[in-house]
Design a protein around this ligand. Structure first.
Ligand code: MG
Length: 256
């Protein structure tokens, strides 16, 4: 009883000091694509992230030349001349991924996500060459998330400030994390975003941003953390989320 009281008091002190003692949550980067029979941003990659109990699974979304939404990472698909924001959706979805699936539409993806309620969707909206295209992309993504009733299970991430602010305008309650790494937490707070989702390089250069973010009530996510050494560093730094290509490796470390 005395020990419990002491631990509770210690926890309160730690909370007051801004030191986080909760473990970071695991997010599968581009889904759990390093698993067998998976591929980056495939439907299987979300299913596999869900199957191992990831907190979240990340995807990348593009607006095609004919105003459709598709899920893929690279702007230009390797080994082809197909550019995501310059090609028609029909050309893009004809591409076969290494696991035999075709590149999915966002609609197909969200249909699957809606059937797997235990895993949060971390949806990256890719930057486009002009703001009008970005605005249209955001409008369509908002509509799709509403259609599948996923607003309370989705975090939005983006490199483009324009995209972040457009999403915020349409969905003031949805958590939005900024990816570009060039803004300190106090600027993110001023913009009304939920937090930062920065590269390992940026957060190793600015480890103080983690504490600053927490003091402002913001969250911190870091990508792409794949080695045990890097995982240990960011667990100890007290980030809230770790985005990794190897979610089972991170889960095993967190159990130790
Ligand atoms: Mg991404």
């Amino acid at each position: 009883m005395k020990i419990a009281k002491f631990m509770f008091a210690t926890a309160l002190l730690l909370a007051g000091s801004g030191i986080s003692f909760a473990q970071p949550k695991v997010i599968a980067h581009r889904g759990y694509w390093t698993a067998p029979e998976s591929a980056q941003n495939s439907l299987a990659s979300f299913t596999k992230a869900d199957a191992i109990g990831c907190y979240g699974s990340e995807i990348d979304v593009w607006l095609t030349a004919d105003d459709k939404l598709i899920v893929n990472h690279d702007r230009k698909y390797k080994g082809t001349d197909i550019v995501m924001n310059e090609a028609k959706a029909s050309e893009i979805t004809a591409i076969v991924l290494p696991n035999g699936e075709n590149i999915p539409t966002l609609d197909a993806y969200l249909k699957l996500v809606a059937q797997k309620p235990a895993t949060r969707l971390v949806l990256e909206i890719k930057s486009l060459p002009d703001y009008n295209r970005e605005d249209l992309c955001v409008e369509k993504i908002v509509k799709a998330l509403k259609k599948y009733k996923l607003l309370d299970r989705t975090d939005i991430i983006a490199f483009s400030i324009n995209i972040c602010m457009e999403v915020k305008k349409a969905l003031p309650e949805i958590p939005i994390y900024y990816l570009n790494g060039d803004l300190a937490p106090k600027s993110i707070k001023k913009l009304g975003l939920a937090g930062v989702d920065y590269s390992m390089k940026v957060l190793r250069e600015h480890p103080e941003w983690v504490k600053q973010a927490h003091e402002l009530g913001l969250g911190v996510n870091v990508w792409t953390v794949d080695s045990e050494e890097d995982m240990r560093y960011f667990i100890d730094l007290g980030v809230d989320f770790i985005t990794t290509d190897y979610p089972e490796r991170l889960q095993a470390m967190l159990k130790k």
